[in-house]
Design a protein around this ligand. Structure first.
Ligand code: EPZ
Length: 435
């Protein structure tokens, strides 16, 4: 496994450009495969997850390639296979978006049922209920979800718990259906709105994205288009917290401040000075962070993906913070923060964090993407050296995190071992061969 070696204690200063949003890129690359003709997608981050979804789509017959740092071309005309490969799908739950795509495009889909993951059980029952409501026959056989429909027909679907993945998968499935689909209690996340705007630019008729009722009028066909995706609000929030914990002064560029409202408010409550421009945010930490209580919630509430980074900052805050996680089972990583000297007690869905003055470097392991980010944040404050294993999990959703931090003055080094390099090389060469 690759490792990051971090020596903490330096206030991080300077400008950092935030990448495109991973959680927009994934469904948008899939949605591009609903169209006839080429789509050119800008601001796509070179995260491992983006490579994984692209590889799955290539295996299904699409042609996909990056032409420079962030522009991805998608030509789906030969996408004719309906069976998604288990080895790739099992790596990432968002792969399940191909079920909605295949059902809409080919009228049949065979996609491995996502297994458990580090965030708990994460079922796809709402997705399947939605496919059935649109008229598909759905069964689970030999670990695969098989869905088939002569014709998908628009329907009124109530989505439990305003699930982001379900909302997006049903937008994909319903775009070419006959008649109108109403998604009630739909997710309101900015990434859902981004997907709707992109699909409408391909000729879809989707209204109401960003509210809790989305109306999709099925159209006959969609055409490839050009589109630039939104900035990653979770990466931006992560850098705000890095600034807070290191006593830094940063300018975050290529951001949408409105998407960061709950994070900005909680960072201000913790004592950070924040100034907003039209697509930039200046963050300054002039004193030790103050303890803040919060609970995670669907957008516009405080994002579950920001919970772990924020807990890392609260680990050194003045006072005691109480943080409740309402979306996933997402506190396993606190054992690793405790190894760095954090004083955190977890009771069911709530972490009680008594801030300490300073963390201490230790060997730790990232258990998932945002947990890995939390360890990097903690390490940047900690006295001495922290060795973080499991970096490939962090690379799933943060583009060049070590390079970006180094440019802000962090003492951070990546050590790739041979096995990791071989895995990356084989991933990249398969990616090119398939293209
Ligand atoms: C998306 O996951 C994001 N992933 C997650 O980001 C994010 O944490 C999550 O939304 C919540 O904001 C992507 O966009 C690729 P959900 P998703 O369906 O769509 C339950 C990251 O770190 N549920 O909104 O899978 C579910 O268990 C990732 O970038 C069902 O019970 O989340 C959860 O409790 C991790 N049955 C709740 O709903 C279902 O069929 C909300 O999950 C679907 C969901």
């Amino acid at each position: 496994m690759a490792k990051l070696i971090v020596r903490g204690g330096t206030p991080l200063k300077g400008e950092v450009r935030i990448s495109g949003a991973k959680n927009s890129a994934l469904p948008i690359v899939v949605a591009a495969c609903l169209a006839e003709g080429e789509s050119v997608l800008e601001n796509i981050p070179r995260d491992i997850d983006v490579y994984t979804i692209s590889m799955i789509l290539k295996k299904l017959g699409a042609n996909i390639w990056f032409d420079d740092d962030s522009r991805l071309h998608v030509v789906p005309d030969n996408l004719t296979k309906e069976k998604a490969p288990y080895d790739l799908v099992r790596r990432m739950r968002a792969s399940f978006y191909v079920a909605g795509l295949l059902l809409a495009r080919l009228g049949k889909a065979e996609v491995p049922l996502p297994g458990g993951c580090a965030l708990g059980s994460r079922p796809v029952d709402y997705h399947l209920k939605g496919f059935k409501a649109l008229g598909a026959d759905v069964s689970i056989e030999h670990g695969y979800v098989r869905a088939q429909a002569q014709e998908l027909v628009g329907a009124k679907i109530y989505i439990n718990r305003s699930s982001v993945g379900t909302t997006m998968n049903l937008m994909l499935a319903a775009a070419l259906a006959k008649g109108t689909t109403l998604l009630e209690n739909a997710a309101k996340e900015p990434e859902v709105v981004d997907l709707a705007i992109f699909m409408n630019s391909m000729g879809a008729r989707i209204r109401g994205a960003g509210t809790d009722v989305i109306r999709i009028e099925g159209v006959e066909s969609l055409k490839g288009t050009e589109y630039s995706i939104i900035a990653d609000r979770i990466e931006a929030g992560t850098f705000m917290v890095v600034c807070g914990i290191t006593g830094g002064d940063m300018m975050l560029t290529n951001v949408v401040p409105e998407h960061l409202r709950s994070t900005i408010l909680k960072c201000q409550e913790a004592g950070l000075e924040i100034e907003e421009g039209p697509n930039a945010i200046r963050v300054r930490a002039l004193r030790r962070p103050q303890a803040v209580d919060l609970e995670t919630a669907p957008y516009p509430g405080f994002a579950t993906d920001m919970q772990q980074p924020f807990v890392a900052m609260m680990a050194v805050a003045q006072g005691t913070s109480v943080i409740r996680e309402t979306i996933f089972d997402r506190f396993r990583y606190v054992d690793e923060l405790r190894r760095m000297g954090a004083d955190i007690r977890v009771e069911r869905d709530t972490a009680i964090i008594r801030g300490v003055e300073e963390l201490t470097g230790a060997p730790v392991v990232a258990t998932d993407l945002r947990a890995g980010a939390a360890l990097v944040i903690a390490a940047l404050q900690a006295k001495g050296e922290t060795e973080i294993r499991g970096v490939e999990l962090i690379d799933r959703g943060y583009e060049h995190i070590d390079e970006k931090l180094r440019r802000l003055g962090a003492d951070i080094t990546r050590i790739s071992d041979d096995e990791e390099s071989r895995h990356m090389e084989s991933l990249m060469s398969t990616f090119s061969e398939l293209g």
